[in-house]
Design a protein around this ligand. Sequence first.
Ligand code: MSP
Length: 660
Amino acid sequence: MSGKPKFYLTTPIYYTNGLPHIGHTYTTVVADVIRRFKRMRGYEVLMTTGTDEHGVNVERAARNAGIAESEFVARMADAWRALWDELGLSAEEFVRTTDLRHVRTVQWLFKQCKENGYVYKGHYTGLYCIYDNLFVNEPKPGNLCPDCDRPLEMLTEENYFFKLSAFQKPLMDFYRKNPDFIQPETRRNEILSFVEGGLKDLSITRTTVRWGIPVPSEEPHVFYVWFDALTAYLTAVGGPEHEKRGFWPCDLHLVGKDIIRFHTVYWPAFLMAAMVPLPKQVWAHGWFLMDDKKMSKSKGQVVLPRPIANMLGADALRYFLLREVVFGQDGNFSYEALVTRYNSDLANGLGNLASRTAAMIEKNFVGRIPKAGKLQPQDEALAKETQSAIGDVLEHFEALSFARALEGIWAIIAAADKYLTTEKPWSLGDSEDDVQRKTNVLATTAELLRIVTVLAHPVLPDSTAKIWTLLGQPGKVSDIELDGLRWGQLKTGVQLGVAQTLFPRVEKNEAIERMESMTNEELNPAPGPAPAASATATSGGAAVASAPAATEKIAIEDFAKVEMRVGQIKTAERIVGADKLLKLTVDIGTEIRQVCAGIAQYYAPETLIGRKVAVVTNLAPRKLRGVESNGMIIAASVGPEGRPVLAGFHEDVEIGSRLK
Ligand code: MSP
């Protein structure tokens, strides 16, 4: 037992008939920021996410993919989990609704509701699509299926019903007693008027769906997907034994506005019926739109998180999502706004403040953090401004007003920039007075930077950890207790740590083009198998010939199709957002080509200039991590890691000579 107060928060569990886009990432990022913030406020935090794997849509998607449902959902769950890992967003608990522990919890919850008299058997009659296997609430004119346009049929099926109607009054009483249960206020009003309008009983099992959790001894009944999915929040913290772990009732369910009714009407009603304590709060955020429209993968109108994280870093993605829109409202996503904010707030703002402060301390104090002497009024004013911002920023975070919290932090950064511009420590000389002044100005700036680093940590975990190291401060920034954060705690006399790149400035058009191009690569992966030589963007293993011996023989005419020439490397540079790739320009005799090669981890760019290499010159051009590659450099793939070793020549060969 840690003795710390517990805090339990959840994201929705995501449907497995598709892969995550920026909208899903948004909910998970918000949950992660709250998790880190609460930890720094002394809580033991548990975060749950997962995958919602049952229902007709999954059945259909698996059929389209030509594999069994269980195989399909396993692959999808892996893909979701992998993305969260990659973005640093893994939760303590990941519930798959096909997990046995979850199946047991759903069956248990149903039993409780039934034993308490809130479940009865009845019949449901409605318009049904026999092709898609689903009841349709809003048919197209002429009673056609909105999905497949085929005629619907009136069908009656046996269902178990949940007595939702019995909970109108208990729910209204609960909302009144717990005015903060539904957030924000507008959503609360919406739900209150919905419940006031009366509640109909809800069918919670299906006999027309196959891919679901079976109702014990009642085959072919399976549970309705929402009865199944909502229960995942309980599964994560012990299911029927939720009391043992001490995380239930849940402190915060984070959801999108589209699923608020399920969370604030059905879910508390199920729990009341089962006599399980109710969650404390449900917070509905708005949607990220593209050109004011809902994102749609099928229309290609979608923003993916990975290309942004590759290009600008996961921290930049997090910052943008939280800074750009008021939490709770809808917002438009635009790459233009993303890159503008990146360059202004992160590269020029925080990144620049950190690197120039460190550079001045390095130059003037041999890299040791100076200790302030007697401060002047302008130093004290900045200290006061920063100190008073701390409380405001913490309050904004606590209220989930992320944009305002970040505004508050960036106002301090702006104040520091202004202070440096006025004080001009770089123009001071070596007289005793000047040195004293430099000491105070840089000590003041370093202390401000330390406070900014701590406050921004929940949103920018990677970069603030780097700044913490740079400032030579002891321990980890994530271990700092926010409630004890004050001006004057900077550890002085310590040596600056290693400077690492924070937010390199990017050229707007190029960055946008590359992110769009990476999105395209991810949505339309290149067909066929992807050995290292085919330079898949994910492996980043561009242009390295793969080792496996071909068992099949090819004719000489086949080999003759490949045009290989001697090329000479003219320039070589690293690519931001692609650690494995180098961008080369290669003279192949008739022209100079741009070629990307997956050798960045083994060859320093400057060592390659002038080197003669073998180049495949008649490959169709393609983009790797958004950068055009027009050809391929031949390399051996050595050892279990496939270390690339460039093919070369022991005698001098003329540039452009053909390899045969
Ligand atoms: N499986 C259900 C949730 C069950 S929870 C017991 C579901 N899944 S979902 O994958 O469709 O959506 C999950 C979350 O992503 C929802 O909160 C939804 O609001 C959010 N978003 C999906 N697209 C979004 C945007 N474009 N913008 C912001 N969030 C959006 O619903």
